[in-house]
Design a protein around this ligand. Sequence first.
Ligand code: GKR
Ligand code: MG
Length: 405
Amino acid sequence: MTLKIARVDIIPVAFPEPPLRNSWGIHAPYAARTVLRLETDSGLVGYGETYGDREVIVALERLKEKALGEDPFNLERLSLLLGGGGPGAEPGATGSVAAFAAYETACLDIAGKAIGRPLSHLLGGQVRDRVEFSAYIFFHEEHPEYGRCMDIPSLIEQGKRFQREYGFRTFKIKGGVLPPGEEVELIAEFRRAFGRSVQLRLDPNGIWSTGTAMRVAKALEPYDLEYLEDPVSGIEGMAQVARVTATPLATNMCVVEFSHIPPAVKAGAVHVILSDHHFWGGLRASKHLAAICKTFRLGLSMHSNSHLDISMAAMAHLAASEPHYTYACDTHYPWAGASLLKGGKLRFVDGCLEVPSGPGLGIEVDEEKLAELHEAYKEHVRGSRDDARALKERDASWLPLKPRW
Ligand code: GKR
Ligand code: MG
């Protein structure tokens, strides 16, 4: 059986999000994503999801003509045609790499539907049928449902809500918002509140100077972080911090493509790499990353950004197929104020997502909801994501300093 991609639809969408804080700004009221819908000559439909930034939409459009007429099973050929990233790819081709990730997911969705098997079976089969995710804890400004959460007690309450509602056992705390000493206190309070049975991670997104990061990493040692994520920017600074602390360091900032791995390994800069199929060149490239991590005895975790259900399902299939995902994966999904699925969002039980068992991604996209979120995009999104601009609109004095402390 051969299949041909006969139709490509590129659908930018937007969904509400709370005003989540990070070290460089705040989430705007609507987050943008792009949904890619592919249809074959035989009428099979597959979905992919990627970033909603302008450069990615342009890349998706640019790749459309190249994808038309291709067989969705021919993924290596498609990757060559579309500039898919992966080991040996040109460094820095972010737009087309993120666009390829959506094409690849949609092709695998179609391929799974064509043979009646879940997507994970095309990535090597499932080594787990439930994938564990972490609670993504954020400081945030006033929100009608969640109130305001800009101090330590309210962040602990947020953690308790995540534990109650989803059963998460790992807390990834988005730091870099309060001065570093207060964030050490925050971690100490989390330990006191949740005990030793949970895992804690702190991610200040590279906002500390190397000297500050070295001091803070030492001060955090008594609280047994599972890892400290990007305390500083850059491989060199990370290596300096790694030399003075027993806490493992993780990154989704200084190792974000295959060409970054050799210098990072040489410098001893990181212990854990956070994969993300949207920027590492797709689901299969993420498996290549896993193999490289195993080779160099690095851990593998999974990064996330604001996303919807199609990415959620793809992340679950990937993690289900790869033994080396031994850390709970990150996800922003609980914060998403909308779903594209008939029947609503996928559900976490005991901190885990059961991998959808139907063919392909195993999810049913509701075309009406998709159309609604496309209208929301047209109404609410003004260009690419810019958290610093969003915070400046609330607070004219805001300066996205880096390092700040
Ligand atoms: O959503 O504000 C956010 C996060 O800070 C995100 O943008 C990061 O890319 O989650 C990410 C991370 O782990 O650094
Ligand atoms: Mg991070």
